[in-house]
Design a protein around this ligand. Structure first.
Ligand SMILES: NC(=O)c1ccc[n+]([C@@H]2O[C@H](COP(=O)([O-])OP(=O)(O)OC[C@H]3O[C@@H](n4cnc5c(N)ncnc54)[C@H](O)[C@@H]3O)[C@@H](O)[C@H]2O)c1
Length: 324
């Protein structure tokens, strides 16, 4: 193809490439090691906000070793479900690192869903007990699905507790995910059981700047790991204060969010995922530590995955070539 054309990949095209979760976890591990070693370029993401608690973020990153450069333009609108629309939507542009020309434009919803689950599993690989068998999922949406899938391909998961405010969403999740992953999923009618009975906990409800959190002190048991995909929205300050090791994916991004009003009651992370994967900061050190990842979602995650989607799509003739 001429360099004056770009490949457009719709949501269905990206899905058809069907990159497996273990591959995505592996790509993220590689890239977070590079981040820890200072071998990537990624400014904190700026955003615009057309409604309260909604965002549209610009997320650029450059990963020299993968020859990956590009930007994701992604929105999150918590009220969209009322119109039958997805919470998260957006596009990703991949650029040629030598000429800067756009190589591809692709829907970013699949990549966002999968790389966020993969970031949870990668954090858990370093921060959770390897024999973790029970998972609590609080909010059975897109993230509840991909986070469980990623954990199930990283840990010997045997039993899952699932909670959602909407009983119909919870039931659909149980039916779909137990068939997909072959694990036992039990619906619970209150969040506490899903937290207190689990080795691995994922909260993935709406992100709110001024949350009214649910999870209290002592709910997360000693030795457990949690991934707060929805930031601190689900976790009371006294529950967060009990966590022995709270990590994030990028210190600068965390401080940026803090300066805009988020994380007012969240302790500063002891390490970021790049530092942990690169061995600069320790992961789990004791059986009974409570650990938590508060990954904010980085352009790096997306740019780790997008070139592989592009490469495989080209190989298999997936997508539509468009003139620049
Ligand atoms: N940290 C990251 O990198 C990252 C990346 C993508 C999305 N997110 C966040 O993840 C969250 C979920 O996104 P999604 O795409 O899965 O959305 P989704 O709309 O698919 O799912 C959200 C689910 O939450 C349920 N819910 C709402 N309030 C709840 C509550 N209090 N308790 C339990 N369930 C509740 C809804 O019924 C729905 O099933 C959003 O906050 C989004 O911004 C974070």
């Amino acid at each position: 193809m001429s360099s004056k054309e770009l490949l457009y990949l719709s949501r269905a095209d990206v899905e058809a490439v069907a990159l497996g979760m273990p591959t995505i976890v592996g790509l993220l591990e590689e890239v977070f090691r590079m981040k820890g070693e200072g071998r990537v370029e990624m400014p904190p993401k700026p955003g615009i906000h057309t409604k309260p608690d909604a965002f549209i973020h610009a997320m650029p990153a450059y990963i020299p070793a993968l020859r990956s450069a590009g930007i994701k333009w992604v929105s999150g609108y918590p009220e969209n479900y009322k119109q039958g629309l997805p919470y998260i939507s957006g596009l990703l542009i991949l650029n040629d690192v030598d000429t800067g020309l756009p190589l591809a434009v692709m829907d970013c919803t699949w990549i966002t869903a999968y790389r966020t689950g993969a970031a949870t599993a990668l954090s858990a690989k370093y921060l959770a007990r390897p024999k973790s068998e029970t998972v609590g999922i609080l909010a059975c949406g897109v993230q509840g699905r991909t986070n469980l899938e990623a954990l199930a391909c990283t840990f010997p998961v045997k039993h899952v507790y699932a909670y959602d405010v909407l009983p119909s969403a919870q039931q659909q999740y149980i039916d779909e995910m137990s068939a997909k992953l072959g694990v036992e999923i039990e619906g619970v009618d209150a969040p506490k059981k899903a937290v207190a009975e689990s080795d691995l906990v994922v909260t993935s409800g709406p992100i709110l700047k001024h949350p009214t959190p649910t999870i209290g002190k002592d709910w997360l048991r000693p030795g457990a790991f949690a991934s707060a995909v929805d930031f601190d929205s689900y976790w009371k300050p006294e529950a967060l204060a009990q966590v022995d090791k709270l990590s994030t994916d990028d210190h600068a991004q965390f401080q940026y969010y803090k300066s805009t009003g988020y994380f007012q009651n969240t302790p500063d992370p002891y390490a970021d995922l790049g530092e942990i994967v690169a061995g600069l900061r320790p992961g789990r050190e004791r059986e009974n530590e409570r650990t938590m990842a508060m990954n904010l979602g980085l352009a790096l995650d997306d740019m780790a995955v997008a070139p592989e989607v592009y490469r495989r799509a080209k190989e298999r003739g997936i997508g539509t070539w468009l003139k620049l």
